[in-house]
Design a protein around this ligand. Sequence first.
Ligand code: ADP
Length: 499
Amino acid sequence: MDRQTSSAPLDESTRRFLSRGQYGLLIDGRMGPGKSNKSFDTLNPSTGEVLARLAEGDETDIDRAVRAARAAFEGAWSGWTPYERQALLYRAHDIIERNFDELAEIESLDMGAPISRTRSSKGALLKMILFFASQSGNISGQTLQNGLPGEVVTMSMKAPVGVIGGIIPWNGPLVGQWWLLGAVLASGCTAVLKPAEDASLSVLRTVELLHEAGLPEGVLNVVTGTGSVAGAALARHPDVDRIAFTGSTATGRKIIEASAVNIKKLQLELGGKSPDIVFADADLSKAVPGAAMGVFANSGQICFAGTRVFVERSIADEFSARVADFARGIRIGRSMDPDAQLGPLISRLQLDRVMSYIDIGSREGARLVCGGERMGGALSDGYFIAPTVFSHVDNEMRIAREEIFGPVLSVIPFDTVDEAIALGNQTDYGLGGAVWTRDISRALKVVQKIHTGVMWVNCYGLIDPLVGFGGTKHSGYGAKGGVAHLDNYLYSKSVYINT
Ligand code: ADP
């Protein structure tokens, strides 16, 4: 496959940011090298070229950042009123809005998403900041009745938990980090952020901008570095009260183990193998592109990607053919190609992993309908894989059981609604899922019976912070969004007052 690619010129501010070349740790409001002075390259996945050099933080640096976050938590920041924190979030909203073009370009160059996709996330990002601004004045306890003798007044109060360790993945940090940043700023906590080694730049730039917007020093600190050193040091640090983690289930398990050190509270959004169920009565003009982009969006690097597409047997062949046609029509290109709809995978490692799953699928007897290969020509230096469709997949095959995190869609036929539900639930994961049908009663039955944290009907992947989403089973716990989100950053205190 060979699709040519073009590239739009970069914004002046992006060029200025990238011309620094080397980036330090951002601790206590200042950017500087780590203790060891070690650094590592981060690559542009569209070309395989070095994009920037990042400081490689270690345990000592994490400790310094945690101390800064603790001092800020116990300092003037704790006296900020909800209105002051809300005003800070509004200023954050405005500075992110003003600098969005730069942030979007940095993000696309760093993690590979096409610039059209990153630019179109502006509304979602700004909405998220507004959501958290609205939450900062919304923290409340209750007065409670009691059966105690005498005149005792009882109530519950909420207070910020303290220092948060935020371990951020690479599949969309520009927006994704706000589940954490917004909650920290709204609740009055402080944080140490450990961005993913493959995509740290939009996190660094965002926190720099927040300082320009009046963020006090030490409230948000960024330590770049590897997961096994900096991430692990953060997860086991005895003075971190809570970890918010989004990433693989395997790493999530390690974080759960490390949290035992000081009984850290955890919010975990982990892997998925989400079922997307298409009935024969569905409007295929919507279900075909909807299910396809439910997998291929962000080149399949979305935790709730609907990778297992269960299709009613009577339309399974037609559906597979149409979804393959759709996949062949997707324009693949480098992240700065304004016409690209899909970009590369994040890294060589991820490319090899996904290619090995494609090989496994073929060997297990699934039928490769389209894709299954690396992109050639102008794209051969980057980590591109053509959108891939397998048909005649069995739910027991590894490609239907294990998270691939790449643009690989499996069509699995079914005969009855009960069979679709049973197959959909036959997985360790429980993150997302969808159902496509004109029969709303049947849709509701599926919604009720599928064990996942979010379900979509006749659409895929819509998220609003007011509504939120979350995971169950091996996909994690601690909802993102909705009123419950901020509760994860607060603890509740029962108060007995003898009057
Ligand atoms: P992937 O395997 O897809 O890269 P990970 O779950 O390993 O996903 O990565 C998500 C985030 O977790 C990254 O910021 C990574 O550096 C971090 N991480 C990886 N290993 C660990 C670990 N042992 N402890 C803490 N964080 C880790």
